[in-house]
Design a protein around this ligand. Structure first.
Ligand code: ADP
Ligand code: MG
Length: 483
């Protein structure tokens, strides 16, 4: 975006995020919404819209939604209802989606996003429950569009933000935070590439200082975090250029093209009344009693922001380290499993942040696929803490542990990496070094203390790197200063 337009205009962004819930069965039918099953195998007559079938509410759809609501500081409605959202599409045999319209189950919440320079509170307008449609497949048959209804009826929540976001970066961070929370709650796997987390972005621009919102466009089809950021950036620039050229933004739904990196028109934006929303007659209202709410509250895990603070305050980690360690719940759990065995938060965090994360990144795997258990990792770290191995030996043994399921101590022996902390042995070596280097000894005694490095280097050389450097230093000091 050019600087001039940046100063003149500000962008306004609101996100609608859909998260597929990890419930065992669909929203209103007793069949699993299993991902990757053969097409049209995870269906019941209800998913096909057969006449006479009736929806039965999956209680976990409600519970998961409330969890998300509580985690994002929302109010929970004592009474809310489902609504039918009517439209015609081949992957929607019922002719309507069950959703919520006027009374979402959760509303009026917020989350705080932490950007590099500032923290910002983003309002959550509402979180409502709905069911997914099926899938139209256009690329498998040259002549036909195929329909797979496995996804029809999969439970979703839609999380709608206030138009509080101002930059593509804020939108990106907000979405990351939403994903982090659904993953911590284990209500959604948060996979954007596979579509279990989807995001539509509403974008408008206005003159800086202007109160009213500009006309917005809605962007769809951004199946990665990068694409969300890119599409919004592109759209802001497009709108500014359009307005600067004397044009006017038209309310539209646009599709992001991740190959060409442009948005293109999908349809003119529908209005709510186009959907003919009306209360779902086949489902009773959802009534949430205080005891249910208390119960769900008590089931909430420690949320990422709370855990982050605790890692800093109670464990003494730096903000940066705590941030990375709490990024995902499994990683934070792994770290905590380690420190429950070896209560050395900093030493453990160092190894995880360097060695472990390096492997996860290189192999593109998650911590749950990582083969070194907290028990083995901490026994490696203990060897280092007890000065039995050097830092570089720790690295070597760590790499070896990835290949071999053996105890670190055994590997250290096998690789001949155990440090010698036997002072008699070291004293012999050091006596010899002192004898063969009289000049250095002389200069050291005259005050050239930097020569300590030279002596330790010699000890390391003579011991083939196995001397415990701390002990070696103690002995050298003792001999040179007192001897
Ligand atoms: P719809 O039902 O058409 O999707 P909503 O009013 O529910 O519309 O708003 C959807 C999203 O659009 C919300 O996240 C909201 O914050 C955002 N939004 C509304 N108006 C604007 C605007 N002028 N510019 C940017 N975002 C907007
Ligand atoms: Mg919308």
């Amino acid at each position: 975006m050019s600087t001039i337009s940046n100063e003149k205009y500000e962008a306004v962004i609101g996100l609608e995020v859909h998260a597929q819930l990890l419930t065992k069965s669909k929203a209103f039918a007793a069949v699993s919404p299993q991902y990757g099953s053969a097409p049209n195998t995870q269906i019941t007559p209800l998913c096909l819209g057969h006449p006479g079938t009736l929806p039965v509410l999956n209680e976990n759809l409600v519970r998961y939604t409330i969890k998300m609501g509580l985690a994002t500081n929302c109010k929970v409605a004592e009474k809310s209802i489902f609504a039918r959202k009517n439209y015609f599409y081949p992957d929607l045999p019922k002719g309507y989606q069950i959703s919520q319209y006027e009374t979402p189950i959760c509303y009026d919440g917020f989350i705080d996003i932490e950007l590099e320079e500032y923290t910002k509170r983003i309002g959550i307008t509402r979180i409502h429950m709905e069911e997914d449609a099926g899938k139209s497949i256009h690329d498998q048959d040259p002549y036909h569009t195929l329909v797979d209804l496995n996804r029809a009826g999969t439970p979703l929540i839609e999380i709608v933000s206030e138009p509080d976001l101002r930059t593509p970066q804020e939108a990106y961070d907000y979405l990351k935070k939403i994903r982090q929370i659904v993953q911590y709650l284990e209500v959604c796997d948060g996979n954007m590439e596979e579509g279990s987390l989807r995001c539509d972005a509403n974008v408008s621009i206005r003159l800086r200082g202007q109160k009213e919102l500009g006309t917005r466009t809605e962007l769809k089809n951004m199946n990665s975090f990068r694409n969300v950021e890119r599409a919004i950036t592109y759209e802001i620039e497009r709108q500014i250029e359009l307005v600067e050229a004397g044009g006017e933004v038209v309310q539209k739904t646009l599709l992001w093209d991740p190959n060409k990196l442009v948005t293109r028109e999908m349809r003119s934006k529908e209005e709510a009344h186009d959907y003919r929303y009306f209360p779902e007659p086949d489902l009773p209202p959802i009534i949430i009693k205080q005891n249910t709410l208390d119960e769900i509250k008590s089931e909430l895990p420690e949320l990422p922001s709370v855990r982050f603070e605790r890692f800093i305050k109670e464990l003494g980690l730096s903000e940066d380290d705590a941030y990375i360690l709490t990024e995902t719940r499994p990683l934070a759990d792994y770290f905590e499993a380690c420190i429950s065995i070896l209560n050395e938060p900093k030493a453990v965090s160092n190894v995880i942040l360097t060695e472990v994360l390096r492997i996860l990144n290189n192999k593109s795997i998650e911590i749950k696929e990582f083969t070194i258990s907290p028990e083995r990792l901490t026994s490696l770290i203990s060897l280092k803490q007890d000065d039995k191995i050097s830092s570089s030996a720790m690295q070597t043994i760590f790499n070896e542990m990835l290949q071999k399921d053996e105890e670190p101590l055994k590997l250290a022996e096998e690789l001949n990496l155990l440090q010698v902390s036997d002072s008699a042995f070291l004293e012999d070596i050091i006596d010899e070094i002192i004898q063969t280097n009289p000049d250095e000894v002389q200069r050291y005694k005259e005050g050239k203390k930097a020569l300590m490095g030279f002596f330790i280097g010699q000890v390391m050389k003579q011991s083939k790197g196995k001397a415990n450097p701390k002990l070696a230093k103690d002995i050298v000091t003792k001999k040179l200063e007192n001897g």
